[in-house]
Design a protein around this ligand. Structure first.
Ligand SMILES: Nc1ncnc2c1ncn2[C@@H]1O[C@H](COP(=O)(O)OP(=O)(O)OP(=O)(O)O)[C@@H](O)[C@H]1O
Ligand SMILES: [Mg+2]
Length: 471
């Protein structure tokens, strides 16, 4: 039930009880007054008739006495006067009458007030009996009841109308405005402050809500600014890490560029020194063109990778990505005397993602593994498809591509394990590592809707697994 309706109901019930009690008390008082008047009128009539009767009987005027009774019966239709033997009076009045005192008794069942006044002059103990009917009183009480009921009802209706109007203006309307405002705030709309002019608790509440909304709006603006600054900082870190990766890959890049350059130089030399003739010249020119295009492609890929910009999503084959990383890092692994194994050939495992960023992920993991592995150790890349659940409470299992980098290196000590994904956390010497690699891996994989799992045994090696949801 609505607040105003409850107040109205409570008010109407209270008022009805108050009006009822007042009417009942008034009615009782009026009935008492009526009863007192009737008793005194009846006693007066009885005394007068008794006196007149006694006077007539003293002079032996029995007809005069009878005439007094007869004329008394004419006074009022509601009154009957007669002479009765005292023995006929109700037992409760016998004592008083015998002692010469008057008495009266009310009989509500018969609807009568019986008043007795003893006669002084009579052959045997007698009394004047005045029987007054209670009809008039009943009619009066009935009328009073009806008037009280009508007046109470009218007062009740008028008060209810006033209370409803006040409740609507002071409670219902402002409460509705407050509810609408809180709903707008809950939906993230902090504009349009509440304008309640009333100076009561609801007005105070509206003021408090306006203040709270202003605070929320300020906090939201601050949070947005901070989030934007964080995103910009992370993007900057990623870009720095990307440039560093290009440096790390330089040996592989030199090798990739070296092969076509050797071919070009060889063919050019053959033409220059006249070692080829006829069709062979055209053939050499075609080979030179092909190798030049290969160099152009490698340089463009390198530029694409180092370039700053928004992720460029497309279908990426993780097997090809891992194979490419293996080829580029082969020279680094060889220098460290570590055997680097490419993923086993298999059908493509395709995910939606940014090819450049995914190369960065694989490269960072493999470089870490090579650094952690002593000479004659092994680092292996593997790609497969699994059904796995993200490490979030309540998350369901989905089909994922899994890229695993396993090494037989130093492993990760437990006290370091929880910190390796922090930006700038490194156990390497100054100048050897910046501690950005794994935090960038973590950021990119999360951006792709995936997660990273680490399994490491100190002294035996580590396994980093990247899970990426498959379309
Ligand atoms: N395969 C691994 N085996 C053992 N420890 C590892 C391995 N990979 C990472 N770590 C530990 O995690 C730390 C953080 O790695 P991360 O790649 O973030 O930074 P880094 O390699 O130290 O520096 P860089 O910014 O040059 O990559 C490393 O310093 C190392 O202690
Ligand atoms: Mg690293």
């Amino acid at each position: 039930m609505r607040l105003t309706a409850r107040f109205l109901l409570a008010f109407v019930v209270t008022m009805a009880i108050a009006l009822g009690v007042t009417a009942w008390l008034n009615l009782g008082r009026e009935r008492d007054l009526f009863d007192r008047d009737l008793r005194s009128d009846s006693l007066l009539v009885a005394r007068l008739v008794a006196h007149t009767h006694d006077l007539a009987m003293q002079v032996g005027d029995a007809p005069g006495a009878a005439a007094a009774i007869a004329s008394a019966n004419q006074i009022h239709a509601g009154i009957a006067v007669e002479v009765v033997a005292q023995a006929q009076a109700p037992a409760a009045l016998q004592g008083a009458l015998a002692a010469g005192r008057p008495g009266a008794i009310r009989d509500d069942v018969a609807g009568r007030l019986d008043t007795y006044v003893p006669l002084k002059v009579a052959s045997r103990p007698a009394a004047i009996h005045v029987a007054a009917g209670l009809d008039a009183e009943r009619r009066y009480v009935h009328g009073t009841k009806r008037r009280a009921a009508i007046a109470s009802l009218a007062a009740l209706l008028a008060a209810a109308a006033v209370v409803s109007a006040l409740g609507l203006a002071l409670i219902a309307r402002p409460t509705r405005a407050l509810i609408a405002k809180t709903q707008r705030v809950a939906a993230g709309d902090f504009t349009a402050p509440l304008a309640l002019r009333q100076k009561d608790e609801l007005g105070d509440l509206a003021g408090a809500i306006n203040e709270m909304t202003d605070d929320l709006a300020r906090a939201q603006a601050r949070a947005t600014r901070e989030a934007e600054a964080r995103v910009a900082a992370v993007e900057q870190l990623r870009h720095a890490d990307r440039l560093m990766t290009v440096g790390r890959l330089s040996a592989g890049i030199a090798h990739e560029l070296g092969t076509p350059l050797n071919v070009i130089e060889g063919r050019a030399k053959m033409i220059r020194e006249g070692e080829v003739a006829g069709d062979e010249i055209a053939d050499s020119a075609r080979i030179i063109g092909e190798q030049s295009r290969r160099i152009t492609t490698i340089v463009r890929q390198l530029l694409d990778f180092a370039r700053r910009g928004a992720p460029d999503r497309g279908d990426v084959d993780l097997v090809a990505t891992a194979t490419q990383a293996e080829r580029l890092l082969a020279a680094t692994a060889k220098k460290a005397q570590v055997a680097l194994a490419a993923p086993a050939p298999r059908a493509p495992v395709v995910v939606r993602g940014d090819a450049g960023q995914l190369v960065q992920v694989v490269t960072n993991l493999v470089v870490n593994a090579i650094h952690a592995t002593p000479p004659h150790g092994q680092v292996a890349l593997a790609v497969d498809e699994v059904v796995a659940a993200p490490p979030r409470p309540g998350a369901g299992a989905t089909r994922c591509a899994r890229l695993t980098v396993t090494d037989t290196g130093a492993g990760i000590p437990p006290e370091v394990r929880d910190r390796i994904f922090e930006p700038f956390f490194t156990t390497k010497d100054v100048g050897q590592g910046t501690g950005l690699g794994l935090s960038v891996v973590h950021g990119i994989v999360e951006d792709h809707g995936g997660w990273v799992e680490v399994d490491s045994t100190p002294g035996a090696g580590s396994e980093f697994s990247v899970y990426l949801p498959m379309p």
